[in-house]
Design a protein around this ligand. Structure first.
Ligand code: GDP
Length: 195
């Protein structure tokens, strides 16, 4: 996929800030530190566009990236934040719920999971919740370069089983260090976007 243009256009803290246009979008979700910013930067070929290793506890926003004048990537804040207060968490939970439940432009969710480990409870909950809302999910197993190649297939199987991945959902192991499976990830995303 050739990325000719990519820019951060809006950071939304509230539902009424979501862009109104008809353009299709892909959401990206994962616990903090999973490698989400690195994934976005690698796919877009823009090194510093999505900030890596954001401070936990900062204002939570859905960040919209406008790509090739055709579609959006939506960077959803990492789940599993410890430092956010209960009230903040509840308010933010409502925004997230509205987003995943009602957003008509949303075509699929990329869920990032650390490929070195078994999915966490939060990972499993998130996947179940997305499926409950009948959203297509593309699972990306990050940091695969840190695992010896001989273990990749087995680890894919573990993730598939732990999440009880549905037949139509793919898992793609990925490395933002080496770019491994960058085109495969794009191909899954393009197919979901229909572009
Ligand atoms: P985010 O919090 O999910 O946005 O995670 P980041 O993209 O900031 O990555 C967290 C840390 O993991 C950073 O130190 C990255 O350099 C590192 N990292 C992310 N992806 C990879 C990867 O594919 N391979 C390796 N070896 N490190 C990675």
């Amino acid at each position: 996929m050739k990325v000719t243009s990519a820019e951060l256009t809006i950071s939304c803290a509230r539902v009424d800030q979501f862009p109104k246009g008809p353009f299709p979008e892909i959401a990206l979700s994962g616990r903090s530190n999973v490698g989400k910013s690195s994934f976005i930067n690698k796919l877009l070929g823009r090194k510093g566009l999505a900030r890596t290793s954001q401070q936990p506890g900062k204002t939570q926003t859905l960040n919209y990236y406008w790509i090739n004048d055709r579609f959006h990537f939506v960077d959803v804040p990492g789940y599993g934040y410890a430092k956010v207060s209960k009230t903040e968490r509840a308010a933010w939970g409502k925004v997230m719920e509205a987003y995943f439940q009602e957003r008509e432009q949303l075509r699929a969710v990329v869920q990032l999971i650390d490929a070195r480990h078994k999915p966490t409870q939060d990972d499993v909950m998130m996947y179940d919740w997305l499926k409950h809302h009948e959203l297509p999910v593309i699972v990306i197993g990050t940091k695969i370069d840190k695992l010896p190649k001989g273990k990749w297939k087995q680890q894919e199987k573990v993730i598939r089983e732990e999440l009880q991945l549905e037949e139509e959902d793919q898992i793609i192991v990925f490395s933002s260090e080496t770019g491994h499976n960058k085109e495969k990830a794009w191909s899954a995303i393009r197919s979901a976007l229909n572009v």
